[in-house]
Design a protein around this ligand. Sequence first.
Ligand code: OXD
Ligand code: MN
Length: 597
Amino acid sequence: MSQHQAALASIPNTNVRRWVEQCIELCQPDHLYVCNGSKTEKQTFLDEGCKAGVFLKLNEKKWPGCYYHRSNANDVARVEHLTFICGPDEDVAGPTNNYWNDKEAYAKLQTLFSGCMKGRTMYVVPFVMGPIGSPFAQVGVEITDSLYVAVSMGIMTRMGDVAWKQLGDGEKFTECLHSVGDVNPERRYICHFPYDNRIWSFGSGYGGNALLGKKCLALRIASFLGQKEGWMAEHMLLMGVENPLGEKQYVAAAFPSACGKTNFAMLIPPKAYTDKGWKVTTIGDDIAWMWADKKNGRLRAINPEAGYFGVVPGTNSKSNPNAVKSIRKDTIFTNVGLVTMDDGSYDIWWEDSDWVAPAKCIAWDGTEWTPGTSKKAAHPNSRFTAPMFNNPVLDAAADDPAGVPISALIFGGRRSKTIPLVYQAFNWMHGVYVGAVLGSETTAAATGQVGVVRRDPMAMLPFIGYNIRDYLVHWFKMRKKLTDPPRVFCVNWFRKNDQGKFMWPGFGENMRVLEWILNRCKGQAYAMETPLGWMPRPEDINLDGLPMDEQAMRELQSINAEDVKSELLSQQELFLKLGGDMPKEMLFQRELLISRL
Ligand code: OXD
Ligand code: MN
């Protein structure tokens, strides 16, 4: 116990110390280690991890400071069916979350955590979500028995002694208790206790279930706190766009999974734009915390994270050159293909990378892979964990505690029909409706049924940490605080023509749409009124250098009244789910849309 006592004494905050003592009693670890976040500590973790088989060091020349990790083959993704919102009554979870009575959840998980760290080390990982010193930064402390989690939290958050400074002798920190247990899906639970500012996660070592600062704290718990305290935690990327005059505007955008959020956040404008001096910079690629600026009534935002946890397959110099540069050093690769080089060192490979396939490699599930094998070398959800400071286009304000002012909010989904390339909502209240009914088509990777439109309100469906009724009301109510609200837009990069071909080139060319959006925010671009919202005429989007004419643009922007009526019917799914709990503003907005049609 004396080893524990010495480590405990290094925790400066008495509230944290008391809680760690309780967790020691429950989990009974052999060793206790309190992380300080230093470089030496990180290297020690990586070296220990290599000895223990948790990490493999990659070839230092090709991948400096990079490591390979493979998770259990049964543990490669978020598990929504095992993710719970817990509280004294069901209302806190609402119709879109799994609910578990808090007393029952605590009782069940206590039996699982009991003695689960015997023979293991308990890592105490203090961290800050948000730039240090920001009034919106939140402190969390994760207790975990996974070295992989401790190292990854060091990349994804501001981790270590900085958190003790941010917390001082305060009481407000999120208690995050995690154990990989025996990595058994039968004993896997991701539980959130929003009333207790607490997360208990058992049985998984996968990022979204185990790096508790990310989806669990920065979205589920934070969205609950935000509703109580009058701010917002959203599943949004944040980017800056500077025009040739040196004027900078910031944009927040929500897209459901598999719609290219990381690509958009690191977009490289077409040459015609960069030649003129346009620049795009990244603040964040996944999560935004936003509030109303008391001084001017505008929306401001920070990215609570410090790293990128991105999908690897498909990352290449065409799809996302800045991501390729961001992952070339100090990155952890999880569940990609593992290649042994001639000198015995290790390389990695993934589908749709910049490299030709190796003659053979070890696939994500640990079996041998050769080209032509029907399975993938890299799991479709294999991930990179990279520090945001690696990003060559990181925005100068990415670490600014004051955050950045948001000019535009963009919602987008994957829709092969019906939804035009871009339109602007009439106002904030209409924009909330547009975001709330956001839909996206399922892809082959995700389910057997391709092309089914799923409603994913604000791209937050799996991440709203409380009742969706109160969440939507909170969005509407934010209007009162925002005397100068951002303009709200809907985009669809994925519309197809009758031959099944994408009508818009996407990727860097999305800059052309962004230009119109940002000019609208400054009152400097034309738009026509349509039943859906304000839309650019074909000549209002810069098509210079694109093999696309105004007629093609007209088709891309066309609205078919019958299709929009079917869309309205399909939105019914969401209205039925909420039933009598649907906020009345949503019903008003739907009536307005019907009357415009
Ligand atoms: C993510 C997700 O991992 O949205 O960011 O699933
Ligand atoms: Mn995400």
